[in-house]
Write a protein of this length. Structure first.
Length: 395
């Protein structure tokens, strides 16, 4: 029992006590630490945007068009010489014929680099568009096939027009959105891999106000976009060997095609909304589409197209001011102020020459209040006992 009492009586509670220590050295250390912590809190909130609510932008529109760059060359490209993958040389199409199914398709662009054209004649008394019997299906009908590379695709230019919807403010149960067009933003083309900067693809205010044509939209050559997405050594070439599964021996990318992923990443880290094109050529890929045209004589023509497929996806993060997030970051930052006080206390009682005086000023041990209470109880009990004894004495 006495052992338990000794444990109980040995317990104590440490309470905080404010002691004003008049020492300029400690004050200098303390306020310097406070200034550094305050600077860190402000820098961290601004650089990380932790006071913002990060939202994914809502996709608006992505429209592309295709044209030949000027001046148009009159020379015949060397790859137009008939070979194993273009036995009929080259075909000289316009941009509207090269792109398929049409220019301005939302979020994608297919540029034909090789085409095989086969004309399937209609069997006697048949129409291949409406085959009313098995003999008219055209399955067993062989046509004349011609295979070409598409000439001058390297000279093509791509115009990209995109808009994005971003949340500009929010309230309880509601939100406000605004739509921003590409010509009202600044952007650039960025390599998806660490291969050095590009010498093109910067769409800033100077670009938009000095265009030689009546447009402020983003324009880049087909070859430049392919170069930006190329992460291997050297420069991109349409005549490089395709690595796609099923590619023939020495078959070039021009023949087999390729898929290029182009995320458009939006951000407002600097205040205004900016964007980046992040092209990446998908190694080991290829792309083809089949186009069928029915003719008036009942026959049909098959266009087996191989080429480059651009896939443009809108992504990124847009931050808007969030008061709750701001308060939480401020409170979390203010908690760091206690570090300054703890650091000064540690120096004060362990390292400074006057540490004994500091310890005496900082720490104070009170009397055992429980024992004092017990003594008071014992005193009152003794007083009552003495009173009873005195009353019980005979007269």
């Amino acid at each position: 029992m006495n052992y338990i009492k000794s444990i109980i009586y040995g317990l104590s509670y440490s309470s905080s006590k404010i002691v004003v220590v008049k020492d300029f050295r400690l004050a200098l250390i303390y306020y310097t630490a406070l200034c550094l912590i305050t600077a860190y809190i402000i820098y961290n909130m601004i650089s990380s945007g932790s006071y913002l609510e990060l939202l994914t932008p809502v996709g608006g529109s992505v429209r592309t068009t295709l044209k030949f760059g000027l001046p148009i060359s009159t020379n015949i490209p060397s790859y137009c010489t008939p070979g194993p993958y273009n036995p009929d040389g080259c075909i000289f199409w316009t941009p509207d014929q090269i792109v398929y199914p049409y220019a301005g398709e939302q979020g994608v662009l297919f540029i034909t680099t090789r085409v095989s054209i086969t004309n399937i004649p209609a069997p006697t008394n048949c129409s291949l568009s409406i085959p009313t019997s098995r003999n008219c299906s055209g399955i067993n009908v062989k046509g004349v096939k011609q295979t070409f590379f598409v000439s001058d695709v390297e000279s093509l230019t791509i115009q990209i027009d995109h808009t994005v919807r971003v949340q500009s403010s929010y309230g309880f149960g509601s939100a406000a959105f605004k739509t921003v067009a590409s010509q009202n933003m600044t952007g650039q083309i960025v390599r998806s891999c660490d291969k050095g900067p590009l010498g093109f693809g910067v769409y800033d205010n100077n670009y938009r106000t000095t265009r030689p044509f009546n447009t402020a939209l983003d324009i880049v050559s087909f070859s430049q976009m392919m170069e930006a997405g190329y992460c291997q050594a050297g420069n991109f070439s349409f005549d490089a060997v395709s690595t796609a599964d099923g590619a023939g021996p020495g078959e070039p990318i021009r023949s087999n095609g390729l898929i290029v992923s182009i995320p458009i990443s939006y951000s407002n880290a600097g205040g205004d909304i900016t964007y980046k094109y992040l092209p990446a050529n998908i190694d080991g890929s290829y792309f083809k589409l089949t186009q069928i045209e029915y003719n008036a004589d009942g026959s049909y023509t098959v266009y087996d197209r191989h080429g480059i497929r651009f896939i443009l996806v809108q992504t990124g993060t847009i931050g808007i001011f969030n008061f709750i997030a701001f308060i939480m970051n401020v409170v979390a930052g203010l908690a760091l102020f206690s570090i300054a006080g703890s650091m000064v206390d540690f120096l004060m009682i362990h390292f400074l020459p006057d540490r004994r005086n500091y310890i005496e000023a900082k720490f104070e041990e009170t009397a055992d209040f429980l024992k004092a209470v017990q003594r008071e109880v014992d005193r009152r009990a003794q007083k009552e006992k003495d009173t009873i004894v005195e009353v019980s004495k005979p007269e």
